[in-house]
Design a protein around this ligand. Structure first.
Ligand SMILES: [Fe+2]
Length: 404
């Protein structure tokens, strides 16, 4: 109980701290095939040598070619590092950093999903200061004097928002995940290119889309004061995903819907940077770690039960979302409108075919899970602080796949 009061007492602290952090302010270029504009952006910024970081899959698909050609045709050197794996280790990132130093890179272009983008943040930080090795940047907070090398992010999925978030997650050489916040991350441009996403497997589209939705939604609900513009981006993130995720599932090559999804994911990244996540992420991180679930799948499991358990504290915000998304009219009470929003959320998850039960979850694991969730939640400023028995009750709902 003492820990509960401690967590409750410091609940608003992360939201206050994040307001003091220096955050990237990239330009955004959008459109099908827009990665071919990366050369122009490099030329405009006076870049002379680029390290293009990607993964083996995207390399084999040839998605890097438009990027490389647009850079080289303007007489800028482009060196490719395509060894990033889905769970990059320190050793791989160290190789990327060596490649950046050897080619004299003055810009990192990151083309890929969350693993590529997060690895590139550490490469951009560690290549700027060759006297320090990669490990130096893998503490809870990595302060980079004079900022990292400029980084241009080209996400290949619409989900993590990692193209812009200051957090990075990589594995050490023993397979243990390490997360860090890169203070001084210098993302100068983000390119949102739907051509990279139209062939994504259905489950990647679904899990990534629900993850992005959770970023915008938890941002809106967080007890963090932020600017009107940032608040609007989080609302827009939620609206765009609820309107466009069913569309990209039904029509994977719908370019407009794909483009909307990638903008939503970018806004979701903005929400993480400015408003932080919340208990949906604390539950998903803990359950995902214990039962080895991908992040998006764990988020889909936790989203409705966790939001539902907080709804009495955030009726006004859920009602505002319902109004903004067009699910409720001005005549509705906050109670009616907030329930309409949650109904639409459940319907969208049903349409996506997400399985919202986890029978392999064992009640014997609850003590461990509660403690993991308590610890993870300290990173956020959620609208309420759950007592341990409330967390257990939510775990029961997630395990059974029930809604209340
Ligand atoms: Fe997430």
């Amino acid at each position: 109980m003492a820990l509960y009061y401690m967590r409750k007492g410091i609940r608003k602290l992360p939201g206050i701290v994040i307001k003091a952090a220096s955050l990237p302010e990239p330009t955004v270029t959008e459109g099908f095939g827009s990665r071919a504009k990366v050369g122009e952006l490099c030329e405009r910024d006076g870049i002379s040598s680029v390290l293009l970081v990607t993964d083996k899959t995207l390399f084999e698909l040839g998605y890097y070619v438009k990027v490389r050609d647009s850079i080289e045709k303007l007489g800028i050197k482009c060196t490719i590092f395509s060894d990033i794996s889905s769970e990059p280790t320190f050793a791989i990132i160290e190789q990327g950093r060596s490649a950046a130093i050897s080619c004299g890179a003055d810009c990192i272009v990151a083309l890929g999903g969350g693993s590529v983008l997060d690895s590139s943040k550490i490469i951009a930080a560690s290549a700027k200061h060759p006297a320090r090795n990669v490990r130096h940047y893998l503490h809870k907070f990595a302060l980079v004097p004079d900022k990292t090398l400029p980084m241009i992010s080209i996400p290949s999925t619409a989900g993590t928002g990692a193209e812009y978030t200051v957090g990075a997650v990589v594995k050490d050489n023993h397979g243990v995940k390490k997360s860090t916040v890169v203070i001084g991350l210098n993302v100068t441009h983000v390119i949102l290119d739907s051509e990279l996403m139209v062939k994504a497997p259905r489950e990647v589209t679904v899990w990534c889309g629900i993850d992005a939705l959770s970023h915008g939604l938890e941002g809106v609900l967080a007890d963090v004061s932020t600017s009107f513009e940032d608040e609007k981006k989080s609302f827009e993130c939620v609206r765009l995903i609820l309107a466009n995720l069913p569309m990209v599932i039904a029509e994977p090559e719908n370019i407009e819907a794909r483009q909307n999804m990638s903008r939503a994911a970018y806004y979701g990244g903005n929400a993480i940077n400015k408003q932080l996540a919340g208990y949906v992420h604390a539950f998903a991180h803990s359950i995902g770690a214990v039962y080895h679930l991908p992040h998006g799948e764990a988020i889909a499991l936790c989203l409705v039960p966790v939001i539902d358990a907080q709804k009495d504290r955030v009726r006004d915000k859920l009602a505002a979302l319902a109004l903004y998304c067009g699910f409720a009219g001005r005549h509705c009470s906050h109670e009616e409108a907030s329930e309409l929003f949650l109904t639409e959320l459940r319907m969208m998850l049903d349409f996506c075919g997400t399985d919202r039960s986890l029978p392999e979850m064992r009640t014997e694991d609850y003590d461990r899970l509660v403690s993991m969730i308590d610890i993870d939640s300290i990173n956020y400023s959620p609208p309420k602080t759950f007592k341990d028995e409330e967390i257990r009750a939510i775990l029961d709902i997630i395990r059974k796949g029930g809604r209340d």
